[in-house]
Structures are given as C-alpha cells and as structure tokens.
Design a binder for this molecule. Structure first.
Ligand code: HEM
Length: 130
C-alpha cells in the first residue's frame, strides 16, 4: 500500500511540469492553444488532489509542522491554478483576442506557480532532513 501510494505520488507530480511554459507563452500578445492550456490546468488541479491524498497516505502525520507547511503550499498552488484558469477563460471570452489584461494575470499567476512548485519539490526531496 505504502509503495503504491509513493509510486503514484511521484509519477503524478510530473504532471505539474506541463504548465511551466505557460506564463512565458502568455507574455506574447496572443496565446495559441488556449484550450489545451485550460485542459492542462484541469489536469494539474486533479493531480494536486492525487498528490495530496497519496502524500497523506505515505506520511499520515498532522503533528509535524512540515505537513502543515506543505498543505499551505498546496493551497497556494491551487490558488495560482485558479487564477491561471480564470485568466484563460477571460481571454477566450474576449471579443478582442489582443486583450492583454487576462494574459498578464496568467503570467503573474504562472510565475508564482513555478516558484511554489520549485519550493515544494525542494522540500519533498529533503523531506526527512527537516
Ligand atoms: C504539490 C504537492 C506535492 C508534490 C509535487 C510532491 C512531490 C513529491 C516527489 C516528487 C517526491 C519524491 C522525492 C524523492 O524521491 O526524492 C515526494 C516525496 C514525498 N512526499 Fe510529496 N509531493 C507533494 C505533496 C505532499 C504531501 C501533501 C505530503 C504529505 C504530507 C507529501 C509527503 C511526501 C513524503 C513523506 C515523501 C518522501 C517519501 C520517501 O522518500 O520515503 N508530499 N513528493
């Protein structure tokens, strides 16, 4: 059971890497493949739930600060996913596809997402050192 949860935890965490190019692509005037990115954000949201559940299965301890730290980081990451998704939805809904405001939101949220992801992965690879 532990091994299965850990294997799933590690495998699913790869999904988060898909979104890394998005904030840089959103810097351009038009975002090609916006519908693909919307689906990728949905996949990342589902993955967030999977790593949360599998993470708590491999380390079911709420007594320690590190569990709470990672839970806060997960909530923050979920927030950036929500902001990116909203930005893309607004971008797709706009009559003028050159609208820069929604894409700016995607860039800012996307950079925050990458920073949080790097912190989480650094934290995960050194979990037992804390
Ligand atoms: C976005 C959220 C998360 C991501 C991307 C993530 C990713 C990873 C990755 C890639 C590893 C493997 C690291 C390595 O083998 O060097 C790992 C290990 C681990 N994760 Fe997570 N994780 C997340 C959330 C959580 C949560 C919520 C918990 C539970 C509180 C958790 C507990 C652990 C533990 C205990 C290990 C080490 C297992 C071991 O080596 O024995 N993770 N995580």
């Amino acid at each position: 059971m532990w091994t299965a949860a850990f294997m799933m935890h590690r495998a699913v965490s790869i999904v988060f890497l898909i979104l890394i190019p998005l904030p840089f692509l959103a810097l351009k005037k038009a975002l090609y493949g916006a519908r693909f990115w919307k689906r990728a954000i949905l996949a990342a949201n589902i993955s967030l739930l999977v790593v949360l559940v599998s993470g708590l299965l491999i380390y079911p301890s709420f007594q320690e600060g590190k569990t709470w730290i990672v839970l806060i980081l997960i909530a923050a990451m979920g927030g950036t996913l929500g902001m990116m998704s909203k930005g893309i939805k607004q971008y797709l809904a706009e009559a003028e596809p050159e609208g820069r405001q929604p894409l700016k939101k995607v860039t800012v949220a996307g950079i925050a997402y990458i920073i949080i992801l790097v912190v989480i992965l650094a934290f995960m690879t050194n979990w037992y050192a804390f």
